[in-house]
Every structure is written in structure tokens, then in C-alpha cells.
Design a protein around this ligand. Sequence first.
Ligand SMILES: Cc1ncc(COP(=O)(O)O)c(C=O)c1O
Length: 401
Amino acid sequence: MTNKWGLDTAIIHTAQTPCQKTGAVVSAVVPAVAYAFPDADAVAACVAGQREGTYYGRYGNPTIQTLEEKIAALENGEAALGVSSGMAAISASLLAFLQQGDHVVCTRDVYGGSHKFLTTLAPCYGIQADFVDCTDLAAVKKAFLPQTKVLYLETPSNPCLTVLDITELSRIAHERGITVIVDNTFMTPYLQRPLELGADVVVHSATKYLNGHGDVIAGFIVGKQELIQFMRKHIMGDLGQNLNAWDAFLILRGLKTLGLRVRQHVQNAEAVAQFLEKHPAISRVYYPGLASHPQHELAKRQMAGMGGIVSFEVKGGYEAAKSFINALRLAMISFSLGDPETLVQHPASMTHFSIPPEERAKFNITDGLIRLSTGLEDAKDIIGDLEQALSPLLTAAAAHQ
Ligand SMILES: Cc1ncc(COP(=O)(O)O)c(C=O)c1O
């Protein structure tokens, strides 16, 4: 953030002024697809990008524009593009840099949809990817090929919360002219700003914390103005990946409480991680805020808070994982994250099912792994629910001895 405001103030006030006509404080939803121009020169200038304005709903809209300005400012980027989903943001940003014959180095444990895009759709267009342990800079350097165009990172990663050094990885990528794209979904700009650390492009699933209420699917791409304009006109526009005005309005509304929500998510996640780490039915807890996390020191330098996601390994594999999630009463079995409700999921059979089992094993996505998105409920209630669902596992383990 470059302006003088604190983050909570900036989140609320950036790019948002009362309506000049009515004084309305809240931004209006503009559903219009078509826009009228005073004359032929004005429309030609708008289409050519020489004059500000919207000319057709698939390329943008005034409500979305307000939101894009806000997201760009929060990420400290020149411009942002609102799109129809996190996957639209990921695919559009990759396609902006990749052509037939190009190569991507991607972090190993990445969101299942990103992995699927790079291993199933991208190869159909002659684009190859290698999945590399990006905590190991030497391995990343070794994986770079002459045709590598993008280093794709997700930090902390989904689901194992691996933390990657954005500054160092950007440095070694830039030495070779490689573009760095970072998925900042788990952190939001409230906790981490990858562009300030050297990355070139940030992508978000706004479906998660940015909207924060589980009622919108959306994504954002943040980067240089020229790049965002290229994506708007030639990728998002051509593929029809645009966001709609109503969803933009809901995100504008949700975003106002981002700071409040994120602080509560983080506080709850810390309490949950500490509880789980001491629990005898759990063999491993992944949370960057724990001193036991392998990149705990890096996380403290790079992130303003440790996030709301906790992953952990239940002793007893798939059967134990299943009976644990089936026994939960407050937390819900669900795919998403970053909502007010505590959501739990089993990556091997849900979000990361599309990754072959032998590959999953390399990424530590075992059959006993659970990912928990801590909600905004009282920490004692979340922990109480986990405790009651874990205790039958202890009884079962004792009976087997
Ligand atoms: C880290 C991360 N990135 C991207 C996505 C994709 O987002 P969407 O569902 O909005 O397409 C997800 C979805 O869970 C995610 O967890």
C-alpha cells in the first residue's frame, strides 16, 4: 500500500466515493451491457483504449471497475482484472504468457484445479509443466528449461501450507527472464502482498476470503497496466471469463470487513492448530504459525499473519479420516474455504482427487490428510467440535491394541 491510510481504512475507502448524483455512499450495481457514446470518435477512442470508459459488458463494467481499482490498490499493483472464477484468473494469467512449445515450473502441492489445468488442458495446446519442490532453490534452477516462461507459485500452498520464499524465487526466475505468478488466495493482500516481494502477477480466487461469505464465485488478476489490458481484451474477453456486476457488488460489500474477518480467522486457526498439535489422534499438523512448521521463520518474515487454514493428518488413514469428518457437528464437509462457517474437507477424495494417487503421495496428500478452513465461530466451539469428533478415534485405537 502506498497511500497514507492504514489497511482497514484503505480497504473501505479506496476507489469508493459517494455517487455524485445521489450522494449514495454504497457503490451502485450497474447491470448495463451496452453503453451509449456521444459520437463516432468517442466510441472509436474507447475501443482503442485511448479514452476511459466501458463499451460492452464482456470487457468490463462500472461496478467491476470500482472493485478492480480497490483490489489493485490493496495488492499494490498497477491494475486488476475481475474474472468469473479463481480458475479463470489462473488460466487467463498463464495463457497470457504461454504459447505452444513453452514450459511452466509449478510448485509441487498446488490447488487441484491448477494442477489439472497444467496437466490436462495446457498440454493439448503444446504447453508442458513440471511440478517442483519450490522450497529447494537448487531444484527450481535445475527445473528451468530454455523454454520455461512461467514460475507458478502458491504460498502457503493448498492443502499442505508449504511456504515459499517469493523474494528469492522471483530473483532466480527474473535472472532468466521468467515471469512469476503467485496465487495469493490463502493470504489475501491483508496478510501478504507478493508484488511487493518481487512477483510479477498475483491471482486470487475471490470466492474465498476476499468475498468471504460463500455466495460468489470470482477471481482477480493483478499486475502491470499493459498486461491487464491485454488479458482483458484478448483472453478474458475472447474466452468470455468476465465477472458480473452483481457478484462484483457482493465482493465490494464483503471486502469491507476483510480485516475484521481475517484477524478472526487467523486467531481461530492458531487456537485450532495448537489444540490439534497436542492431540494424540493426530500425527502431524500443517500450520505456518506453529514453531514446528518447516518454514515458520520465513512465514514470519513474509506474512503479516498465518492465515485461517489448518491441515492435519489423522492417525489411521482414510477410514479414520472418514469417521472423523462424519462425526463433526459444527464443521461442515465442504469444498470451499474462507467462509464464516468452519469447513472441512478430505483432499485425497475431494479437492485433489484429480491428481493421481502416486503424485498425491509425493505432495504429502495422504489418505489421512484433512484440510480445515476455520470459520468465524467462537474458537471454543470449533475446538469442542473437533474434540468430540476425534475422541472415538482414540477409543477405536485403544480397542485395536
Ligand atoms: C488456492 C486456490 N486457488 C484457486 C482456486 C480456484 O478458485 P475458484 O473455485 O474460484 O475457481 C481455489 C479453489 O479452491 C484455491 O483453493
